[in-house]
Design a protein around this ligand. Sequence first.
Ligand SMILES: Nc1ncnc2c1ncn2[C@@H]1O[C@H](COP(=O)(O)OP(=O)(O)OP(=O)(O)O)[C@@H](O)[C@H]1O
Ligand SMILES: [Mg+2]
Length: 237
Amino acid sequence: MTTRLELHGVHTHYETSHILFDVSLEVNKGESVCLLGRNGAGKTTTLKTIMALAQASAGRITFNGVELVGKAPYEIARLGIGYVPDERLIFPDLTVRENLEIAIKPGAPGAPAEWTVERIYELFPVLVRLDARLGGYLSGGEQQMLTMGRTLMGNPSLLLLDEPVEGVAPVVVQELTRQIKALKAMGLTILFAEQNIHFATQISDRAYVIEKGHIRFQGTMAELAANEEVKQKYLMI
Ligand SMILES: Nc1ncnc2c1ncn2[C@@H]1O[C@H](COP(=O)(O)OP(=O)(O)OP(=O)(O)O)[C@@H](O)[C@H]1O
Ligand SMILES: [Mg+2]
């Protein structure tokens, strides 16, 4: 299996605070991998470091063999990495369709799909009747789908998702689970940050557990499910 994304010995600081310590992880082509951890563990910082929205102070990050450290976020996006931040940041004064159209970008080689607004609507049928609605009037779940749709319009081959179901209603969690599974079935590679192991288990092949900026566990979801010590110590389950 080809390695898509690899972090090796990554450290990240916010000014004088040392946040990530020697983080190493890899995501292979077509895999769905979750980064699990409690509040403040360093999940968002890890995703931001991959996108160069936080600066790695040491270590290597490669995507399809290309070094990302030192590149600008837009250059990393052009290589085919799509980032869905936890703060959803849709344009409140643009319609749903305009929010999607504004994000159209040709895909990097290896992107699994050529997304159009209509294909986004097939994946997220809820958005069809919201086509002309302003972004500012959407519910949390609708905003999450629009944010994901907007990132997909950039035709990524790797999707970074930061807590996609945080704060959305249980019925929307079910829908998002189905949609993320559909993306995986299309061949998209996914790395997502999550606190909820039950949700993560539905859509991931493997997990890394992060605590205080250190990776404490890596393994399959079945290995994690069987590891009471890791779950209690780092996930409070
Ligand atoms: N801009 C910043 N400046 C300084 N410290 C920060 C900044 N952003 C985050 N931190 C700190 O870095 C640590 C990791 O935060 P991060 O947001 O990566 O955690 P997280 O696992 O995503 O948590 P959550 O589940 O709350 O989203 C925390 O201690 C946080 O307070
Ligand atoms: Mg976070």
